[in-house]
Design a protein around this ligand. Structure first.
Ligand code: GLP
Length: 247
């Protein structure tokens, strides 16, 4: 695991964007795993800039998003599909046919989850997976207690996650209580992982993920087992770490 502590959110975002741009240059048909939330917004902004100003092309890139709320159509402003479209996809030259986001309106959710896993396999797996982290240590919607070997499936959100995500909805009641999420086993099969975190609200989760024991109660701690994981954080998110060194 490579830990990189940056001064600011912008520095953190730039470092992650550089890494992804490098992988796209090496393999234009990169399979890229993407996350939602406020954390990767700076990364998407920087990748858009690189596309517009430096000619970084996503034309052959395939993307797989980590998760989606159940019951929200793609046109709902709080659906993750809508989020991705507004904050990233509509600004770059990605081919719509190569965008995968779980469908929260699927009639056969279990069948859909199986199909999603098979599509990842068909494309020889995810090359680079971007992750954020929940304040309770969750990754994607794998809440504390999730099996560390889990695959894409339905998960019920914890009260804390519903509360954390309520800021995007009119009220807590409107936040969907279930979601489709890639499993921890699915995420761990990505060839490289980039975990991003900023602000003091993530300091405890980062400490537990990076320095704590590996356990299902802190899903992000499994990243310690990955052979090529980059943890890129700002100073605030690193503030609770005992070992504050880069490398
Ligand atoms: C949600 C998403 C996660 C994300 C987390 C943190 O629960 N499912 O993938 O990492 O929120 O979000 P934020 O980056 O806004 O703190």
């Amino acid at each position: 695991m490579l830990l990189s502590i940056k001064d600011t959110f912008e520095d953190m975002s730039r470092e992650a964007a550089k890494l992804i741009a490098d992988r796209i240059h090496r393999k234009p048909s990169l399979v890229l795993g993407l996350a939602t939330g406020s954390t990767p917004l700076g990364l998407y902004k920087e990748l858009i800039r690189m596309h517009k100003e430096e000619g970084l092309s996503f034309a052959k890139v395939t993307t797989f998003n980590l998760d989606e709320y159940i019951g929200l159509p793609r046109t709902h402003p709080q659906s993750y599909y809508y989020f991705m479209w507004e904050n990233f996809f509509k600004h770059i030259d990605i081919d719509r046919r190569y965008i995968y986001v779980p469908n929260g309106m699927a009639t056969d959710i279990e069948g859909h989850c199986e199909w999603y896993e098979n599509e990842i396999k068909r494309l020889d797996g995810i090359d680079v997976q971007v992750l954020g982290i929940g304040a309770n240590g969750h990754i994607a919607f794998n809440e504390p207690g999730s099996s560390l070997g889990s695959r894409t499936r339905i998960k019920t959100l914890t009260e804390q996650t519903v509360k954390d995500n309520a800021r995007f909805f009119k009220s807590t009641e409107e936040v969907p209580k279930t979601a489709i999420t890639m499993g921890i086993g699915t995420i761990m099969e990505a060839k490289e992982i980039i975990l991003l975190a900023n602000s003091t609200s993530k300091a405890r989760a980062i400490k537990e993920a990076v320095e704590g024991p590996i356990m299902a109660m802190v899903p992000a701690s499994i990243i310690q087992m990955h052979r090529k994981a980059y943890v890129i954080v700002d100073k605030a998110a690193a503030s609770a770490l005992t070992h504050q060194f880069n490398g």
